[in-house]
Every structure is written in C-alpha cells, then in structure tokens.
Design a binder for this molecule. Structure first.
Ligand code: GAR
Length: 200
C-alpha cells in the first residue's frame, strides 16, 4: 500500500478527485495518509477533515521558506508518505524539500506547459488568444512549473468562452489527468531521461 501526502492551499477539488479515485479503485493500493495546508482557511482542509483524513495546517505566513518547508517535510516523513501530490499548493518548494523526495513530488498546472507558468494560467492563455490549452501533471524540480511532464490533456478554447468557462473545462481534465499520472507513477514502470518521462 502506497501512502500519498496531499499539499493544498485552497478549494481542494483536485484533492477530492484523487480521494474519489482511490475510493473507487481507480488508483489501486494507495491511501491518503495526510493532507497539509499552509492556510488554515483552505476549504480543502475542512473537506479532508469531513472525510475523516488526517489534516494538518502548517502556516506559512511570516515564516522563512526553508523553516516552513522543514516542518512540512517532517510531517510527510512522520506519515511515511511515498508520493507527495501538490493540489493547488501555491508555494514554491525549497531545494531541500525537492531533494528529500526525488521523483516523488507531482504538481498539476492548468496550462500546457511550458506555456503560461505561474499564477492564473487559464486567464493568461485566454488573454493570449490561444486556440488550445489544457493541463499538465509533472514532477516537481527546483524551478517553477518546470519538471518532467507525466500527463498532459488538451482543451479547445471556444469562440464563446470567457476565462471562467475555459477554466471550468480545464479543471474537468485536471481531475482526470491527476488520477492517470498518479496511477502511472505509483506503478513504477517508467523512466525519466532528461526531460522525457517514458512509461515502460
Ligand atoms: C488548479 O486549477 C490547479 O491546476 C492550480 O490551482 C487550482 C487549484 O484548484 N494550480 C496551479 O496553478 C499551480 N501552479 P483546486 O484547489 O480546486 O484543486
């Protein structure tokens, strides 16, 4: 049985999608052993508690990144986490955090990376006028929205879209993509050659 640690800062819909996939058997032999938020008011943390999961708040406000990350890493290790899933965790991880979990931290981003990294990716894509956007699940490395890509899903930008309708359609694909990526990574049959993730 593999243990997942979920890190989130807000709404938590990707966390819920992962939890539902585990409950439904779409991600076999896995459980969520801890959900951690840097914000006490994150709706995702209340949902985790309501689902009976271990939910921790490690406040980040006013603290040095390294110090905060050390506390998060300690909590993940205490819960024997095999795979860390960032699910709307709006913080850059310090190098020592990344190095603690080599190829064991995933992130989801609401664009087709390397296009539109950073905040409000859906709005960036809409304003740029792209005709196709989507989402990316990737390994986390020391740069923002940068590591090897595991799964991408495309979403057409329709003439009638605004940034909200586009974001909603991307989010539906995020929920599918994250489950797919976690299943592949936990399966362990893959190689990472440079930037290329190849399932074997
Ligand atoms: C998601 O759209 C996720 O891709 C994005 O934040 C949202 C969180 O929603 N993450 C990033 O932009 C990371 N750079 P959720 O809390 O409902 O899962």
């Amino acid at each position: 049985m593999k243990s997942l640690g979920i890190l989130l800062s807000g709404r938590g819909s990707n966390f819920v999608a992962i939890a539902d996939s585990i409950d439904a058997g779409r991600i076999p032999d896995a459980r969520i052993s801890v959900v951690i938020s840097n914000r006490a008011d994150a709706p995702g943390i209340a949902i985790a508690r309501a689902r009976g999961l271990t939910a921790l708040v490690v406040p980040s406000k006013g603290r040095a990144r390294e110090e905060h990350d050390r506390e998060v890493v300690a909590a993940l290790n205490q819960h024997r986490v095999d795979l860390v899933c960032l699910a709307g965790y709006m913080r850059l991880l310090s190098p020592s955090f990344v190095q603690e979990f080599p190829h064991r931290i995933l992130n989801i981003h609401p664009s087709l990376l390397p296009a539109f990294p950073g905040l409000e990716a859906q709005e960036q894509a809409f304003a740029y006028g792209v005709k196709v956007s989507g989402c990316t699940v990737h390994f986390v490395d020391e740069e923002l929205d940068h590591g090897a890509i595991i799964v991408q899903k495309t979403v057409p930008v329709l003439d009638g879209d605004d940034e909200h309708t586009l974001a909603t359609r991307i989010l539906e694909q995020e929920h599918l993509a994250y489950t797919e990526a976690i299943k592949i990574v936990l399966g362990g049959s893959f190689e990472v050659a440079g930037r290329r993730f190849v399932a074997s």
